[in-house]
Write a protein that binds this ligand. Structure first.
Ligand SMILES: *Cc1c(COP(=O)(O)O)cnc(C)c1O
Length: 390
């Protein structure tokens, strides 16, 4: 269809690793500490700078970060936690790890983020927390969400996996709710291979996160119940080994030096897509709220199924044939067989379900070239053009 199919596969997301990153990792490999050394603290300092939060805790991955945050929030058996179905399963899984029950609130049909009105509808006397997900990097309506949390005495844990460097009304993501979690998987805004973090302004949460990260063990003299000698430490709660290595943290530090540049590239490319699809019949662009600055982790194009003949699958497969690594973010979490077995029914969140039928994530990452973007635009337009109803 596009006269020439590119030879190499263009993924939807990919890391950017340069010589500086490699040198930073090699330096740690030659040092005394491979894990739990000084570079973890350096990485956490940098995360505090980027987000403006008072505390940051590095963890082994973004899922561990969500688990740790749910633990620190005190989520336990019988508690309900409201979150979006339009997310990676890990967001809701973290609630299950703690014995809690994820309750899905539907999304806004224009921003695709959790709808504050729907959150309100799902609140019961068992609700303990809300986990808004800054889907694609665009911040949720945090003023409304914080207002609801205050009114009903709920904690807010933001899933910021897509949104490092994004801001809401001038405030950085990571410095708004009670805790914010991040992921440093290779497709995310910056990478440590595997990695995650929680930021918070609450010292109590911070201390719980530290304990949880390392088996529930403390060596802090002020916290020990006894003093049996300088070797002495105590396991005070049941924690995990969710530590990040210094090797990863070194990569993270080096990557954070490039975050502004990465974001600039993502925003530039998103604008190219937005401009190109402005008057393109058959597709709907992702709406951005005027008071948010997205991290543009994903560019999600919605198909206007009233205007084109086939379903999403046909368009998706055509794009794949053209070596474009399109993807779908996300399958509503409760569609997964595991959640169906838990008793969640289809039909729960109609807006999210409708969106799921229509979305395609286009390639968007800093390392791609303007030519790559232009190739995607050309293929999308040509393919849509063939299938448009006339
Ligand atoms: C990637 C991601 C996670 C999980 O992070 P990992 O580092 O892969 O464990 C959680 N939530 C969202 C929204 C994500 O995109």
């Amino acid at each position: 269809m596009c006269d020439k199919v590119r030879e190499d596969f263009l993924p939807y997301g990919r890391q950017w690793i340069d010589d500086e990153d490699i040198a930073a990792v090699v330096e740690v490999l030659k040092s005394d500490y491979l894990t739990t050394g000084p570079v973890i603290a350096q990485f956490e300092e940098k995360l505090k700078e980027v987000t403006g939060a008072q505390y940051a805790v590095a963890l082994s991955n973004g899922t561990a970060a969500l688990h740790a945050a749910c633990f620190a929030a005190g989520i336990k058996e019988g508690d309900e936690v409201i979150t979006s179905p339009m997310t990676f399963a890990a967001t809701a899984n973290a609630v299950l790890y703690c014995g809690g029950k994820p309750v899905f609130a539907d999304i806004c049909p224009d921003t695709y983020n959790i709808n504050p009105e729907e959150i309100k509808r799902k609140i019961t006397d068992k609700t303990k927390a809300i986990i808004p997900v800054h889907y694609t990097g665009q911040p949720c309506d945090m003023d409304e969400i914080m207002k609801i949390a205050e009114e009903y005495n709920l904690l807010v844990i933001e899933d910021g996996a897509h949104a490092l460097g994004a801001s809401y009304k001038g405030k950085m993501i990571g410095n708004i709710g009670d805790m914010t979690t991040f992921s440093f998987h290779p497709v995310k805004p910056v990478t440590t291979g595997e990695g995650g973090a929680v930021t918070t302004n609450n010292k109590d949460f911070y201390e719980k996160l530290l304990l949880f990260r390392s088996h529930g063990i403390t060596r802090d003299a002020d916290k020990l119940l006894k003093d049996e000698g300088t070797w002495y430490y105590e396991q005070q709660i049941l924690g995990y080994n969710y530590r990040m290595t210094d090797i990863q943290a070194a990569l993270g530090c080096s990557q954070l030096n490039k975050l502004d540049y990465f974001l600039e590239k993502r925003r530039e490319y998103a604008k190219l897509y937005n401009d190109a699809f402005k008057d393109c019949e058959g597709v709907i662009r992702p709406r951005q709220l005027p008071d948010t600055l997205s991290g543009w982790h994903l560019y999600v194009l919605q198909l206007d199924l009233d205007k084109i003949r086939p379903d999403r699958r046909v368009i998706f497969d055509e794009l794949r044939i053209h070596n474009i690594g399109v993807n779908v973010h996300y399958i509503p979490v409760y569609y997964h067989p595991y959640y169906q077995k838990l008793g969640y029914q289809r039909g729960l969140c109609p807006e999210a379900e409708k969106l799921y039928e229509r979305i395609i994530s286009l390639p968007l990452f800093p390392k791609m070239t303007k030519e790559d973007i232009m190739y995607v635009i050309k293929c999308v337009k040509e393919i849509i053009g063939v299938y448009i109803k006339r």
